[in-house]
Design a protein around this ligand. Structure first.
Ligand code: COA
Ligand code: AMP
Length: 635
């Protein structure tokens, strides 16, 4: 395939999306082939393949067994934190998923029911997801780093009757007991959870003390294997919660049909992998990268996927990624830039990498946050192979912009995610919704219809879908990122236009943290901003105004606020710092000027906005922040 093929594909997917995606859909084995390719529902939202019927779990498993690939490895599980390695073939995985689906059915789970999965990076997590999909039930995986209140919000929003969990997750230097967290979440949730199935791990036994709690292995032993249930292409496959600008996370809904088509297409066009290739997305199944490229993408494409229960460093060292790549013949490695920043810090000359045979590693993919030039340059210098930045979001489920390896790799440009993928009609719009010229920065928007695989809505909240994404620029989906497209069509993503920050590749809402800080009895008002961090990209910083007459030691307050965020949101927020300020800069209409505060805290130049209520506030804030930030920079 060539660049010309890419141009043709991009053109066709834009001009005649139905024909383009019908061709892609024809590559799947449908239960009932769709004849309606693109339609609109009663609310005017686009639907892909509305009359098609399929089962994603069947396509990812049984179809390969039927095609004679039963003995091929589907999953390689590598867990340095438990010293375990295992290979699961497609035939084994199909059997185990069918058994797990039988267990769920025995618990009353059927088509359309929601199941929460709060589990670590172990094969059973993937089995649980595929088992839900097999029944047409809707899984909702929650990342293990979230605290009990976050889990409770998701149980309530999804109205999930069943929770699947494990006794613990294992971090670099400690075991995190999950069951007490799950118990607390079930207690906090208003929606009653009927069953909680617990996988007991050797390093930590959970207490099962009510009729609600079941032992995973016992429940499994009593189950009858379940066949795949064909569902409509538009039926929901999963809900994945992601941070929005308000305190309440939003449940991104993905369908079966569009998702399966997009996954298959992206594995070929973005990653250029297929049957038998070993594909490793070094992320976590709790994130969209894990859903798309640890589980569904590789398995739908007949690849071998790696489930790695470890970190890029300290499990045991910064050579971990290279050991895994070499041991299993990984062809494509996908990780967040922060992971490579951690590796580079510990192994600056890549000496550990040189100890391994990496000849089968063809390409490195990065996403989840901006790929900073030093990390790109380091990877380029030490790994003589394509280093591919690609840009996407939980909402889209697959790359909006990438170097299209499946067509032809383009010369990369530093700071760019290369070209929009076919199906994404990308435009840069000014704040009035008018297109800007090449090289000019603006809002990155995508003309509707979005391609298959993108979100079909926000769970239980159609208004939030429209208001958050579709109403700003009629006829477009607004990505929430700012950027530009240069004269050669390269896409440059510059950062969020809203109050979302990105900490170690994890998307976090500052609004949610502000809600937590605001509950402290000493705090009158607060704002959370992201400040640059060498390792994690950004770290949250809380700026708080005390209530009149309150005196509290700043360190004590910072400590209390940090533990509140940890307890309410979770350790992954990495919220450690807060500073007391006299007042927060605001517009005349009362909107807090977070961007300016971020610029002041980061020592960047700033322009006083004309809408500011009191311009003197900025100098005053700078006078307060500069010494405190300087002190922290110098240690
Ligand atoms: N379950 C429970 N706790 C978790 C967790 C999980 N699955 N993942 C992280 N945490 C905890 C960590 O233990 C840590 O707790 P601590 O404050 O008590 O030490 C906290 O959350 C922050 O974790 P993390 O940001 O991972 O920091 P770290 O110092 O442990 O590791 C890196 C640093 C760079 C190695 C790590 O952030 C990393 O691997 N990043 C890549 C992540 C990634 O792939 N992101 C992209 C998603 S697409
Ligand atoms: P998430 O939904 O967690 O995947 O986060 C999506 C957000 O992460 C995007 O909207 C961007 O702000 C950021 N992001 C992801 N990938 C990239 C990238 N390659 N370059 C720049 N920003 C990125």
């Amino acid at each position: 395939m060539s660049a010309q093929n890419y141009q043709q594909a991009y053109h066709q997917a834009s001009e005649n999306p139905e024909a383009f995606w019908a061709d892609q859909a024809a590559k799947l084995e449908w239960h009932t082939r769709p004849t309606t390719i693109l339609a609109q529902d009663a609310e005017g939202n686009h639907q892909w393949f509305a009359d098609g019927r399929l089962n994603t779990s069947w396509l990812a498993l049984d179809a390969h067994v039927q095609a004679g690939r039963g003995n091929q490895a589907a999953i390689i599980y590598d867990s340095p934190v438990t010293s375990t390695k295992a290979t699961i073939t497609y035939a084994d995985l199909t059997r185990r998923v069918a058994q797990c689906a039988g267990m769920l059915r025995g618990l009353g789970v059927g088509k359309g029911d929601r199941v929460i999965i709060y589990m670590p990076m172990i094969p059973e997590t993937v089995i649980a997801m595929l088992a839900c999909a097999r029944l047409g039930a809707v899984h909702c995986v929650v990342f293990g780093g979230f605290a009990a209140p976050e889990l409770a919000v998701r149980i309530d929003d999804a109205r999930a009757d069943v929770v699947l969990t494990a006794s613990c997750g294992i971090e670099i230097d400690r075991t995190i007991a999950y069951k007490p967290l799950v118990d607390a979440a079930i207690e906090l949730a208003r929606h009653p959870v009927r069953h909680c199935v617990v996988l007991q791990r050797p390093s930590c036994k959970a207490e099962l003390y009510t009729d609600r709690d079941l032992d995973w292995h016992q429940a499994l032993a009593n189950a009858e294997p379940a066949d795949a249930v064909p569902v409509m292409a538009t039926d929901p496959l999963y809900i994945l919660y992601t941070s929005g600008t308000t305190g309440k996370p939003k449940g991104v809904v993905r369908d079966h049909g569009g998702h399966a088509v997009a996954m298959r297409y992206s594995m070929q066009s973005v990653y250029d992998v297929g049957v038998g290739d070993v594909f490793w997305a070094a992320s976590d199944v709790g994130w969209v990268v894990g859903h798309s490229y640890i589980v569904y993408g590789p398995l739908l494409a007949g690849c071998t996927t790696v489930i790695y229960e470890g970190k890029p460093i300290r499990t045991p060292d910064a050579g971990a990624f290279w050991r895994v790549c070499s041991e299993y013949g990984v062809k494509t490695l996908f990780a967040a830039p922060t992971a490579f920043r951690a590796v580079r810090k510990e192994d600056p000359d890549a000496d550990l990498a040189r100890q391994f045979d990496l000849t089968r590693l063809e390409r490195l993919y990065l996403a989840g946050e901006r790929l900073d030039p030093p990390t790109w340059a380091w990877l380029q210098e030490h790994f003589d192979r394509p280093i591919i930045d690609h840009w996407w979001q939980t909402e889209t489920g697959w790359a909006i912009a990438a170097n299209p390896a499946g067509y032809e790799l383009q010369a990369p440009k530093m700071g760019s995610a290369t070209w929009p993928m076919p199906g994404y009609m990308l435009s840069i719009l000014d704040d009035e919704g008018l297109p800007v010229s090449a090289g000019m920065k603006g809002n990155i928007a995508i003309r509707l219809p979005l391609p298959p695989g993108c979100l079909t809505g926000i769970w239980g909240n159609p208004a939030r879908f429209r208001e958050g994404y579709l109403n700003t620029f009629p006829g477009f989906y607004v990505s929430g990122d700012a950027g530009y497209v240069d004269r050669d069509g390269y896409v440059f993503v510059m950062g969020r236009t809203d109050d979302i920050i990105n900490v170690a590749g994890h998307r976090l809402s500052t609004g949610e943290m502000e809600e937590v800080l605001g509950a402290h009895p000493a705090v009158a008002e607060c704002a959370v901003i992201g400040i640059p961090d060498e390792l994690k990209g950004e770290l949250p910083l809380g700026l708080v105004v005390l209530k009149n007459g309150v005196h509290i030691d700043p360190q004590q307050l910072a400590g209390e606020l940090a533990s509140m965020v940890r307890k309410e949101i979770g350790a992954l927020a990495c919220f450690q710092r807060s500073l007391i300020v006299q007042r927060l800069p605001k517009t005349r209409s009362g909107k807090i000027l977070r961007r300016i505060m971020r610029q002041i805290a980061s020592g960047e130049a700033f322009v006083t906005p004309s809408t500011i209520d009191d311009p003197a506030c900025l100098e005053e804030l700078k006078g307060q922040l500069d010494p405190q930030m300087e002190e922290s920079r110098t240690g």
